[in-house]
Write a protein that binds this ligand. Structure first.
Ligand code: GUN
Length: 292
């Protein structure tokens, strides 16, 4: 079994991004600038945004953190989005999800200027991705593709099973894996909460991407011998032995599945860190105007 070590790989990729930034600024380019909007005080979202901002510092980007209270109205949030759309110094920005229930995530995602949508959530970027046109790719699937590529995992003709049909992970992951480029050319099956015979389908996967958000859901009886197992889940589970009071659990029961897998991602230290690399890569592209 080979561990797909997101920590080591993300450090390598961040060093490469930093080198690109240094070259860009040496030629007179402006430092890439990423802004992040966080609405409310969700603990996990706070941690993710803090990590994104810290990563910006590590690669030599400028960053701006816009923090808004939980009771922010949709209109006020739209105003913040318009401000960032019109701020010539900001190359790209994200609105951290999930948003409070009274705000429509679709309305907000559609308000972000496609050229600054470094999360790749705007319908124009999703549509361009589907057509194979230059686009910002959703950061988590992008990070997973990078992981498969750097580990030289064969994907052509393989059966890739994605559990989860979310707009930000499952769906774009499935679309990217069936493209006629590497990493891709897979035969893809998307499974979800209504799927029948889930276990049997997963058992036929050469590459199993698990993104359903249920801690330790996938056990050894879902996995074929020699499969590549990508765990996207990250859930906080109460754990009194930890100083924080919680432990982070993936969607895959790691100790049970790892002996069967040819490659597997750990949680934490797997896909999560690669997501940040996807976001940084998109922001660098935005600064260099490579997509739009
Ligand atoms: N919430 C969970 N993942 C993501 C992500 O990639 N981007 C944003 N904006 N919110 C998220």
């Amino acid at each position: 079994m080979q561990l797909l070590d997101g920590k080591a790989l993300s450090n390598i990729i961040k060093a490469e991004i930093k080198e690109e930034v240094d070259k860009w600024t040496a030629k007179g380019g402006k430092k890439p600038h990423l802004a992040a909007i966080l609405v409310g005080n969700d603990g996990a979202s706070e941690t993710y945004v803090a990590s994104k901002i810290k990563s910006c510092e590590q690669v030599g980007f400028t960053s701006t953190f816009v923090r808004l209270p939980e009771n922010t109205s949709e209109e006020d949030l739209l105003n913040e989005v318009h401000k960032l759309n019109n701020d010539a110094d900001v190359d790209g920005f994200i609105v951290q999800l999930p948003l409070p229930k009274h705000i429509s995530e679709n309305t907000i995602m559609e308000a972000v200027a496609p050229a600054k949508d470094v999360d790749g959530f705007h319908p124009i970027n999703v549509g361009r991705m589907c057509k194979g046109l230059p686009a910002y790719l959703s950061a988590t699937p992008f990070g997973i593709l990078e992981m498969l590529e750097r580990a030289k995992i064969e994907t052509s003709g393989k059966h890739c099973v994605v559990i989860g049909r979310s707009q930000i992970v499952g769906l774009p992951m499935a679309i990217l894996m069936q493209r006629n480029t590497y990493p891709g050319n897979s035969t893809v099956t998307i499974c979800h909460s209504r799927t029948q015979n889930l276990k049997e389908i997963c058992k036929t996967a050469d590459i199993l991407v698990v993104a359903l958000g249920r801690p330790e859901f996938v056990t050894a009886d879902y996995v074929k011998d020699g499969a590549v197992v990508i765990d996207v889940g990250i859930t906080r589970v109460a754990d009194e032995t930890k100083k924080s009071g919680f432990a982070l659990k993936g969607d895959v029961k790691f100790d049970d599945v790892a002996p069967l897998a040819s490659h597997i991602t750990p949680v934490p230290g797997g896909v999560g860190l690669m997501t940040i690399c996807g976001l940084l890569t998109n922001t660098l592209k935005a600064a260099r105007r490579e997509v739009y």
